[in-house]
Design a protein around this ligand. Structure first.
Ligand SMILES: NC(=O)C1=CN([C@@H]2O[C@H](COP(=O)(O)OP(=O)(O)OC[C@H]3O[C@@H](n4cnc5c(N)ncnc54)[C@H](OP(=O)(O)O)[C@@H]3O)[C@@H](O)[C@H]2O)C=CC1
Ligand SMILES: CC(=O)[C@@H](O)[C@H](O)COP(=O)(O)O
Ligand SMILES: [Mn+2]
Length: 392
């Protein structure tokens, strides 16, 4: 039977790759619903090409423009978070691709979990901020959670699998690879002057702006460290971050008998997306086969926490626990946005993150309200710091 997909974040980079996989397998997948925030141009194109039953935009204005430009199409047009939660939990849907950028993705993803959909999780920020509650809901509703983030998808592929997902039998460590980003070998003095365009120029992956900046500051790896802890029930002590500039080894699992299993491939998100959609089977993606003779060299080294303090901040946030991870994520979302708008320098991002993490008291994540409150106060503090111009 065909699997029906709800695609949250349809106009983004993960959205593009997901639509490509669906397009390649019309006999296996259909697109029931799509959601995006402001990009009406791209949504018009998606609606005309894929004819989903429902399309949701972030605002009434964007929805109204979409309606005008899709005249004659038999599509229901909605707007707002409630409508995104509704499509993510709709009876017609089997799988939900959670690919909204940032904390905004949390509620629609939780809605999909509570409706027992297969979750294709790209939106790492929702798991980082609400980790315990998120994983408790996954267990409570007995939901299949497929990691889409390339490293976590790789780890999932390298773990022993069973009908429920994975086991950790005989696992010693997870080896989480990091490209090092565009400034891997840059001095702090040079990094001080970088532009948003330089920071978004990832050496190996074509991605949205926010995650590209995160990769450049190693905050992406920090978020991924926390993501791996929640997904695989590990601690940062059980996970080594390994800088691997070629992004060919997407991550590895080290076993107690001395074996290390790696998942490799050309860096293209269609691979983990297709794997998540088709698991426990595999489907074709059109991605080129890896030719190791062409790659020739695979390098591995330790991350430099002095030049890239965000990675350590993320581990700190994990050990502080509770709302600390929501605070760090919120500070980072504000700081990255300020950097992209030329309001602060690149190195100020980690300084703002550090201040917010250290200055806010944390609470245990006993309910969702605490996560939202932690997100709100951290955003306010980060914005105040940006406006003050005093980052440390
Ligand atoms: N790109 C990649 O290769 C990878 C991405 N990820 C994760 O996947 C997620 C998406 O990344 P990516 O596709 O690169 O990001 P993009 O910036 O390319 O796309 C973001 C998508 O989210 C939508 N969006 C943004 N804000 C809101 C909001 N408030 N409400 C509803 N929709 C919103 C955007 O809509 P609009 O265009 O209308 O603004 C767009 O569709 C992130 O969490 C990222 O960390 C993880 C691994 C790899
Ligand atoms: C494609 C993907 O999963 C990104 O999260 C990628 O990992 C970014 O690369 P680095 O953060 O390692 O630079
Ligand atoms: Mn990743």
């Amino acid at each position: 039977m065909k699997q029906s997909i709800c695609l949250l974040g349809a106009t983004g980079s993960i959205g593009d790759s997901t639509l490509d996989v669906i397009r390649q397998h019309p006999e296996k997948y259909s697109l029931f619903a799509v959601a995006a925030n402001t990009n009406v141009d791209k949504m018009v194109h998606i609606c005309r090409t894929f004819r989903p039953a429902v399309a949701v935009m972030g605002s009434a204005e964007a929805r109204d423009e979409l309606v005008r430009r899709c005249e004659g199409l038999n599509i229901e047009f909605e707007w707002g978070e409630e409508a995104m939660c509704a499509i993510a939990s709709a009876a017609e849907v089997d799988q939900v691709m959670a690919a909204i950028m940032g904390f905004a993705g949390l509620m629609p993803t939780l809605s999909a979990i509570r409706a027992k959909k297969r979750i294709l999780l790209a939106n790492k920020e929702s798991l980082v901020t609400a980790g315990k509650l998120f994983m408790d809901e996954i267990a409570r509703f007995n939901v299949t959670l497929m990691p889409i983030d390339s490293e976590h998808n790789a780890i999932f592929q390298c773990l022993p699998q069973n009908e429920n997902g994975f086991s950790k039998s005989h696992v010693s460590k997870l080896l989480l690879t990091a490209s090092g980003g565009p400034f891997k070998d840059w001095s702090l003095a040079d990094m001080r002057e970088v532009t948003p365009a330089q920071a978004c120029n990832h050496p190996n992956w074509s991605m949205g702006q926010k995650i590209s900046v995160d990769s450049a500051s190693l905050m992406n790896k920090g978020l991924e460290l926390i993501e791996a802890c929640w997904l695989f029930d590990m601690s940062p002590h059980d996970i080594d971050v390994v800088v691997h500039p070629q992004s060919i080894v997407h991550s590895m699992v080290s076993y107690k008998d001395g074996s290390v299993i790696a998942q490799m491939g050309v860096p293209d998100m269609k691979v983990p997306i297709a794997y998540g959609m088709s698991w426990p089977n595999r489907i074709t993606t059109g991605v080129a086969q890896l030719n190791l003779m062409d790659v020739a060299t695979l390098e591995f080294s330790k991350p430099d926490l002095e030049r890239f303090p965000n990675l350590k901040l993320a581990a700190d946030a994990w050990f502080i626990g509770g709302t600390a991870m929501a605070h760090l994520n919120a500070a980072n979302e504000v700081a990255v946005d300020a950097f992209l708008n030329n309001r602060i320098g690149f190195l100020d991002i980690s300084k703002i993150n550090e201040r917010v993490l250290n200055e806010l008291p944390t609470l245990a994540v006993t309910n969702l309200e605490r996560v939202f409150e932690g997100d709100r106060i951290a955003r306010n503090l980060a914005e105040t710091i940006v406006q003050s111009g005093k980052y440390l």
